[in-house]
Design a binder for this molecule. Sequence first.
Ligand code: IDP
Ligand code: MG
Length: 153
Amino acid sequence: MEETFVLIKPDGIQRKNIGQIIQRLEGKGLQLKAMKMLWLTPPQVEELYPHLKDKEFFPRLTNFMVAAPVIVMVWAGEEAISATRKLLGATNPQEASTGTIRGDWAMAVGANLVHGSDSPATARREIEQFFSQEEIMEYEQAGENWLKEEPWQ
Ligand code: IDP
Ligand code: MG
């Protein structure tokens, strides 16, 4: 089963969107395999966003990401990476569709509530940045066969 890394950003903590964000992912049918709250440091932000460290907005992004605690999670399921990205919506909340997390609850690209991995390689790297193997729970979830193509089998 594919795994993806999701992070609720400081605005999500401050604006009390934690429950709504988790509810969207859980309601879709993804399985929560790991979760913790922590306070990021600037080096951790740079490790999470290596592709952005030369952008002019990176100092502001870093200040934002360390301004309050975050919640980091591992979610799993069929096509979990793309399924999660669809639930998050476009990077710029002004362009994100209604019905997505960013489309429904955010207004600005610099405060877009949530991060989700964009590829299998990125997901692996991001999960390993924040979780040891022992922190990732392997378990059967009641009713999970009802998410499959032929649930009666
Ligand atoms: P993603 O979060 O949708 O994967 P990325 O391009 O990986 O988008 O950018 C990471 C984060 O950096 C975005 O979620 C957003 O918060 C911030 N960011 C991206 N582009 C801009 C920008 O042009 N101005 C300010 N912040 C940006
Ligand atoms: Mg990204």
